[in-house]
Design a protein around this ligand. Structure first.
Ligand SMILES: C[S@@+](CC[C@H](N)C(=O)[O-])C[C@H]1O[C@@H](n2cnc3c(N)ncnc32)[C@H](O)[C@@H]1O
Length: 282
């Protein structure tokens, strides 16, 4: 499948997948706990789909929302997408690295709710949580969602042994990833967060699974979800091409078969993830 690779289109295509995946219990507890007025900070906000989602659920009527991301292309796309809601509540979009933002803002402890959606599993979590918590007001809430947790399921099976090997190597790549020379990523972030959150002083108020489940009803995937799948397979291809434990020709064929399954509406993709809502001490 020759489709151009665009991260902003991937984030847009991911929205309907995320809408189904977000754990409804955790969401409900979060919306019941929100103070009014509420000052919200979202880190790694991408193109602003969580801002839209909060707006669609009526959670921004008395809110002030700051969304940061370190990629200018994402913040610019967020600016375009959110033009229609901008003005209804104070919205700040900023391109800045989270750690520079923390250095600048931590003294103010300005936020009631901190959101990190499909973000923490890219970080060195034990090193990042104390810095994130330093941004919250005493007693502030954190809503950390779609934390990947160790299962990438692709159906139909192509070859049980090869499928299992690819899944294992893909997860190992996440576990050994370095960003700026520092560890960044954990393929079992979800389960490990129970401990990490407590160690950083957070109290967990609700947790639950938020698995991505993507399939075609009939031959067609909903919305732009065929593109979402295409991007996921491309990411696996990028991560594992040239891996010494894989036969290069076999892997090329495996990727081509997965892409063909998407074209025919056959590929089913499930990723296990966990959502958390919690509070830092007063
Ligand atoms: C998997 S994407 C999720 C984006 C968005 N939360 C969503 O789910 O649509 C992770 C985002 O984090 C941003 N990001 C990664 N490292 C960052 C950092 N150190 N500071 C700020 N943003 C970062 C990336 O640019 C990307 O947009």
């Amino acid at each position: 499948m020759e489709t151009e690779i665009s991260f902003t289109r991937y984030l847009s295509a991911k929205k309907t997948v995320d809408d189904r995946a977000l754990n409804q219990h955790v969401w409900q507890v979060m919306s019941n706990q929100l103070p009014t007025p509420v000052r919200i900070l979202e880190v790694g906000a991408g193109i602003g789909t969580m801002v839209e989602r909060f707006g669609e659920h009526g959670l921004l009527d008395n809110a002030d929302y700051t969304a940061i991301d370190n990629q200018d292309e994402n913040s610019r796309e967020a600016g375009k997408r959110l033009r229609k809601v901008n003005g209804r509540f104070p919205l700040t979009l900023e391109t800045i690295n989270l750690f520079d933002f923390v250095r600048r803002e931590q003294e103010r402890q300005a936020w009631d709710l901190l959101i990190a959606h499909a973000f923490l599993d890219l970080m060195d979590i034990p090193a990042t949580l104390p810095r994130l918590f330093s941004l919250l007001k005493p007693g502030g809430l954190f809503y950390f969602t779609l934390n990947f947790d160790g299962a990438t399921i692709l159906q139909p099976t192509i070859d049980p042994e090869l499928d299992a090997l690819i899944e294992r190597l893909y997860h190992r790549m996440m576990d050994t990833r370095l960003t700026d020379g520092k560890p960044s990523g954990d393929s079992r972030s979800g389960r490990h967060l129970f401990q990490h959150l407590r160690q950083a002083g957070g109290e967990i108020l609700a947790a639950g699974s938020s698995d991505w489940v993507v399939f075609a009803a009939g031959n067609d995937y909903p919305a732009d979800e065929a593109y979402f799948l295409h991007f996921i397979i491309h990411t696996m291809q990028q991560a594992l091409t040239g891996h010494p434990a894989l036969n290069a020709k076999q892997f090329v064929e495996w990727i081509a078969t997965r892409q063909a399954q998407i074209k025919r509406g056959e590929l089913i993709y499930i990723a296990h993830q966990i959502d958390f809502l919690g509070r830092i001490p007063d």
